[in-house]
Design a binder for this molecule. Sequence first.
Ligand SMILES: C[S@@+](CC[C@H](N)C(=O)[O-])C[C@H]1O[C@@H](n2cnc3c(N)ncnc32)[C@H](O)[C@@H]1O
Length: 236
Amino acid sequence: MMNGMSAIRELPRVVPADPGKPVRKEAAASQQASLNLAVHPSSWSQDQADEVVRRYTELAPEWDGERGGYRPVPLSDALQRGGPWPDGLCLEVGCGTGLLTGLIEDVWPRVVSMDLTWEMLRRSSAQQRLQGDASRLPVRDCCAQAVVLADVPLFADEVVRALAPDGVVVWSNALGVDAPHHVPITTVLGVLEDASGRSWSAVTSHAGWGLWAVLRVNASATAETRQVTAEPRISG
Ligand SMILES: C[S@@+](CC[C@H](N)C(=O)[O-])C[C@H]1O[C@@H](n2cnc3c(N)ncnc32)[C@H](O)[C@@H]1O
């Protein structure tokens, strides 16, 4: 993986972790699968997609009641301390029932929230909902100034394709390193670098039971992108 100018800066925790953090017994196996998928996104299959839909269709009716209290904590902290935020469209990948969408809409007035599982998505009151698979995001190239990934699988090629060159990625795991979808921030950074061919930096912190990271292409790499993508001048 690339690791040229990348850097991770950790901010001190400001939101304490109360006792009583839930334990997800499936977390270890699920983390292994999430890591494998982040590094080898082509391993994603229709069977895996079907299993996600089966599992979240079952969880959907209880999702907000059982998990609504703690899930917004790390994302809320990320949005308060991880800025500045570029103006434009925000794409929320794996929005679920929309537990976090209101927080995102407070920052970005235009939010598209997408999910694979209709039984989760149909409960969301997001302004714009899209059903689709994060492995093939149903959006145009470079359409988003921000992509929010809160406890979802990471398909870095697709995130990079959807993101504007100076856009920002917000990553959070509501149960931190014990979350089923947790992937180490070094890996998140590394796969984004590999997918974009550019160096990235991250700001990260812990909040409540969770953790978050805000990742951006380094400024010099963004300038390089602008130069490469600028319209050629035609003279004469
Ligand atoms: C752990 S839940 C998180 C939901 C929401 N972000 C939250 O924090 O409450 C994971 C969500 O990601 C969705 N998901 C999983 N794999 C996906 C994929 N390949 N494409 C789109 N959504 C996916 C699931 O359907 C589920 O709603």
